[in-house]
Design a protein around this ligand. Structure first.
Ligand code: PMV
Length: 325
């Protein structure tokens, strides 16, 4: 009744921002991401009869939100595996600074899902694992897969058609990423931010309408290994998402002045010939994607920006997997 799994964070190239069902975490539109090798969560789950669920992240006991997210994954597993009287003891470790505002929920909920299902004796295929991970945190459904993943919005009210698939493994196109860690005030959580944006931003419907075309172009860019096209799509998807957030009332402003300095530098470096593009999520960090062979030059140029706290570099990561059972 015990298993350990490892999963990696993923970064969306076509963004998910908006839910069609907030309980099941069903997205209002599809999204597409790349999984990163360097940001990993390792999670051990042990089922114990007659005990409550307990969650430790980096040895810190968690209550409230984090435990609630975990239960959205644990409850269906508990039901399916007929473990109604049992609680899960969960120990989760991130190998990247959780406090730096780097998304840990995708890798965390994906690792939890894989470890919890295995330790409960359920042999689930990647598709159902992805749908389960989605219940904990939407973007976690993409971290079940290495390389490039596509998460479809689906249309079914029960969400059974809304999980991710792998488009290409990590070897298909070995892009690299430099993450510029930017300090800033604590960002609003993504669920809260999405609901607020959907309720108040006049740009929300146009943002959602633009996603299908971005997905089509991003998939074509991957098929052709067309880095310039992928960058164009990723930057416009990111900026349209931030425009949608900024148009909320009151505005949600996740990017900080330093984030914009990094973005501006990326544009300059690209004009000088470097093959790079940026993206950013619900926080101030900027992720710079590099075509194969461009990482060192990008890292050297970005390290000259003294406002950046840390640079983390990564290749593409593999599937979420069991490492001990
Ligand atoms: O899955 P969540 O609730 O962590 O939301 C992720 C939202 C973004 O990171 C901003 C975009 C994305 O597609 O990952």
């Amino acid at each position: 009744m015990k298993a350990t799994a490892r999963a990696h964070a993923n970064i969306a190239l076509v963004k998910y921002w908006g839910k069609r069902d907030a309980v099941l975490n069903l997205p209002a539109a599809g999204s597409l991401s790349a999984t990163l090798a360097a940001m990993t969560t390792t999670t051990t789950v042990e089922w114990r009869s007659g005990q409550p669920d307990q969650l430790f992240i980096n040895d810190q006991p968690q209550v409230g939100g984090a435990l609630e997210k975990a239960r959205r994954v644990l409850d269906p597993i508990r039901q399916e595996a007929q473990l109604s009287g049992a609680g899960a003891l969960i120990r989760s470790e991130n190998d990247f600074p959780t406090a730096a505002g780097l998304a840990s929920s995708a890798s965390g909920l994906a690792a939890l899902t894989v470890a919890a299902a295995k330790s409960a004796g359920l042999a689930l295929a990647p598709g159902p694992l992805s749908a389960l991970a989605r219940r904990g945190s939407g973007s976690a459904c993409r971290s079940i897969f290495g390389g490039f993943a596509l998460w479809s919005a689906g249309t079914r009210p029960d969400g059974e058609d809304s999980s991710a698939v792998c488009l290409h493994g990590p070897e298909y196109w070995p892009l690299e990423v430099v993450i510029a860690v930017v300090s800033g005030k604590k960002a609003h959580g993504s669920t809260e931010g999405m609901l607020h944006t959907a309720a108040t931003s006049p740009y929300h419907a146009p943002f959602l309408q633009s996603v299908d075309r971005d997905l089509e172009h991003a998939q074509a860019a991957l098929t052709e290994r067309d880095f310039a096209l992928l960058g164009r799509v990723a930057e416009r998807s990111c900026l349209r998402m931030h425009a949608d957030m900024l148009a909320a009332d009151p505005a949600l402003c996740y990017l900080q002045p330093t984030s914009w300095r990094v973005i501006d530098r990326v544009w300059q470096l690209r004009a000088e010939g470097l093959e790079i593009f940026f993206t950013a999520d619900a926080g101030p960090n900027v992720k710079v994607f590099c075509a194969p062979g461009q990482l060192n030059a990008a890292q050297a140029a970005l390290s000259e920006l003294s406002e950046i706290e840390t640079l983390i570099s990564s290749g593409l990561g593999g599937d979420a997997e069991i490492i001990d059972a």
